[in-house]
Design a protein around this ligand. Structure first.
Ligand SMILES: CSC[C@H]1O[C@H](OP(=O)(O)O)[C@H](O)[C@@H]1O
Ligand code: HPA
Length: 246
C-alpha cells in the first residue's frame, strides 16, 4: 500500500472528513495512553491520508483533557511525517472575520497544567527544541499553494493565542491577548504544535474563524452562531484539504 501523504487532526466542526473514502479504522495504543479515538485511514483525491478527531468522534473530550501526547505519538507510529491541524478560533484583529480561513505563523501559549513534552522521563539528555517558528514551513506553504490553486480566500499569517478553556475568554483577557500581538484565539494549538516538533513531525494549521472573540462585537457569543459559521468555514477547510492533494 502507498505511503501516508499526511495526517489531518480535525477539531470542533470537523469530526470527520466528508468525501473521505474510508479504508479502515485503527485502534493505536501508546506509552502515553489512549489517543482521542481510532485513527481513520482513507483516500482523498487518490492519496492516502489518516484522520484523527482531536476531541473524539463524538466531540466529547474538552481541550484541556485531550491526550495530545498520545495523539501525536499514535500518528508518528503509523509513519506519518506531515500533519495538517484544523482548528476553530475566535477572531481578535479586524482581518480575522468569522468564516475566514487563516494559516497562522505564530503562537503564544497561555495554557497550563497540560502534559506538554515527551522529554521529561529522565531517559534522554535534557532536550530543548527550537520553536522560534512553531509551524512547519513545508506544510504551511503547501496550504497556501492549495488555497491559491482552489481560489480560496485565506489570511496567510496570524498569531494564535492558545488559552486553557474550556470557558471562553473575558473581554479584558482578549484585550490583553491583542496587546500581546495575538490575532486569533483557540484552545488546542498548544501543546499540540510543540509535541509535533518534539517528534520531528512537520505540523501546520488551518484555523477557521468561528466567532468574534469576546468583546469584539457587542453580541453574546453563542454556540448556535459558532456552529453556523463553522458550517461554511469547514466546507472551505475541506476544499482546502482536497486541493492540498490535487
Ligand atoms: C467555542 S468552540 C471552542 C473549541 O473549539 C476549538 O477547538 P479546536 O481547536 O479543536 O477546533 C477551540 O480550541 C475549543 O476547543
Ligand atoms: O472565542 C474563542 N476563544 C477560544 N477558543 C475558541 N474557539 C472558537 N472560538 C473561540
Amino acid at each position: 500500500m502507498s505511503a501516508i501523504e499526511f495526517a489531518v487532526i480535525g477539531g470542533t466542526g470537523l469530526t470527520e472528513i466528508e468525501g473521505l473514502e474510508v479504508i479502515h479504522r485503527e485502534v493505536v495504543h501508546t506509552p502515553y495512553g489512549e489517543p482521542s479515538g481510532p485513527v481513520t485511514h482513507g483516500m482523498i483525491a487518490g492519496k492516502r491520508i489518516v484522520f484523527l478527531a482531536r476531541h473524539g468522534y463524538t466531540h466529547n473530550i474538552p481541550p484541556h483533557r485531550v491526550n495530545y501526547r498520545a495523539n501525536l505519538w499514535a500518528l508518528r507510529s503509523l509513519g506519518v511525517k506531515k500533519i495538517v491541524a484544523i482548528a476553530a478560533v475566535g477572531g481578535i484583529t479586524p482581518e480575522m472575520q468569522p468564516m475566514r480561513l487563516v494559516i497562522p505563523d505564530q503562537i503564544v501559549d497561555y495554557t497550563h497544567g497540560r502534559a506538554h513534552t515527551f522529554f521529561e522521563d529522565g531517559l534522554t539528555d535534557v532536550t530543548h527544541i527550537d520553536f522560534s517558528w512553531p509551524y512547519c514551513a513545508e506544510v504551511r506553504n503547501a496550504l497556501l499553494a492549495a488555497a491559491e490553486c482552489a481560489k480560496l480566500d485565506v489570511v496567510p499569517r496570524g498569531t494564535y493565542a492558545a488559552t486553557q478553556g474550556p470557558r471562553l475568554e473575558t473581554a479584558a483577557e482578549i484585550t490583553r491577548l491583542e496587546r500581546d500581538g495575538c490575532d486569533l484565539v483557540g484552545m488546542t494549538a498548544m501543546p499540540e504544535a510543540a509535541l509535533a516538533r518534539e517528534l520531528d513531525l512537520c505540523y501546520a494549521a488551518c484555523a477557521v474563524v468561528a466567532n468574534w472573540a469576546a468583546g469584539k462585537d457587542n453580541e453574546e457569543i453563542t454556540m448556535d452562531d459558532i456552529h453556523q459559521n463553522l458550517v461554511v468555514g469547514m466546507a472551505n477547510a475541506r476544499a482546502l484539504l482536497r486541493a492540498l492533494v490535487c
